[in-house]
Write a new protein. Structure first.
Length: 358
């Protein structure tokens, strides 16, 4: 194992709320709800076992912990990188974009300029649906969204007392409308909520927003709304099925939504990445694209019993234990960052002579 002694990694999180190393705070019940910081906590422990200190980027900006070899990674934070680019002891390693264009269109419009400063721009996909943004960006690479768990949550997965259907999402509207799925979530709420078969959770559904699909269906939305949740995992474990629609239709854009269901023994009804089958076996989830209407989907959900549900659950459990899932684990993500750091140091002549190719 090659040492990274005297190397320091600084991560600029998506929000300044995670500064002061809060990004790695395992015991913070607010920021680490549902173990959501696990990938970053694991990364810090992994790299520090190799001798590399890891902190949030504020400590680099104020020079509190900066050293001779400083690696900088941004998780979508824009204001700081240009100033850091002027410092000779700082390597701008990677700029990660976790959100899709319907959530952060402004960020995608800046990709070409950002790519001139960083060695890499890391995205969910570099193919269909995103090419218009990365044309002329040779250093764009795909990454896999790291998940919090390595397998099922035993204490929740086996829960047998379950209601029918849940949907957990914040009440937001897209900033860009091409291929968005916000309105499709509301269509699902409208159909299943009208019959009282859907429990809706998440922040803000009881507050009016200037978004026509919400406005037209606010009565059934509020009828279905059960409030925010303290734990997604505990809430999901009380349901047989969950509506898991991504924010947009985009190849390779697979977030925590479907995995949260796998961890808790809930069968996901998925819509999002058209190439989902390239990453997750189709027998693990219900594919919304297989149904011409919500009426058809509703008939299917009513027709399947515990035996069929257990087949979905078993398939998902097997997937989590397979090689295919490893791409989405926090261990694989940590190895990816380690590889980046070593490659950057080799290219700078700071870590021996052997070149590591991306």
């Amino acid at each position: 194992m090659e040492s990274l002694k005297d190397v320091k990694l600084f991560i600029d999180p998506s929000s300044a709320a995670y500064y002061g190393d809060v990004l790695f705070c395992e015991d913070d019940e607010y920021y680490n709800r549902d173990n959501c910081l696990a990938p970053w906590i694991f990364l810090k422990k992994h790299l520090e076992s190799l001798g590399c200190e890891v902190h949030t980027a504020d400590y680099l900006l104020n020079n509190k912990y900066s050293g001779k070899k400083n690696i900088y990674i941004s998780l979508g934070m824009v204001p700081n990188y240009k100033a850091l680019a002027e410092r000779s002891e700082v390597i701008l390693s990677a700029f990660f974009i976790f959100e899709p264009p319907v959530v952060a269109p402004g960020l995608y419009n800046k990709i070409k300029n950002i790519s001139k400063y960083f060695k890499r721009v890391m995205m969910h996909t570099t193919g269909t649906g995103i090419y218009t943004y990365i044309r002329g960006v040779p250093n764009a690479h795909k990454f896999y969204w790291p998940q919090t768990e390595d397998g099922i949550k035993e204490e929740l997965w086996g829960n047998k007392k379950r209601k029918v259907l849940a949907l957990i999402n914040g009440n937001k509207k897209p900033k860009k409308y091409f291929r968005e799925l916000y309105s499709e979530r509301i269509n699902a709420i409208k159909y299943f909520g009208t019959s009282g078969n859907l429990d809706l959770y998440g922040y803000g559904w009881d507050k009016d927003i200037f978004y026509l699909p919400y406005f037209l269906n606010r009565k059934v939305i509020r009828k279905s709304y059960k409030g925010s949740v303290k734990s997604k995992y505990e809430t999901l474990s009380n349901y047989k099925f969950a509506v898991c629609f991504e924010n947009m239709i985009l190849d390779g854009y697979i977030t925590e939504k479907i995995f949260d269901c796998f961890f808790t023994g809930t069968v996901p009804i998925y819509l999002g990445a058209p190439d989902i089958g390239s990453y997750i076996p189709k027998n693990c989830f219900i594919d919304m694209r297989d149904f011409a209407s919500y009426e058809e989907l509703g008939d299917y959900l009513r027709s399947i019993g515990d035996d069929e549900i257990n087949i979905y659950k078993a398939a998902a459990k097997n997937y989590l234990n397979s090689e295919r899932y490893k791409l989405f684990t926090k261990g694989y993500f940590a190895e990816t960052i380690e590889k980046m750091i070593k490659e950057d140091l080799h290219q700078g002549g700071l870590l021996g002579e052997t070149c590591l190719c991306w």
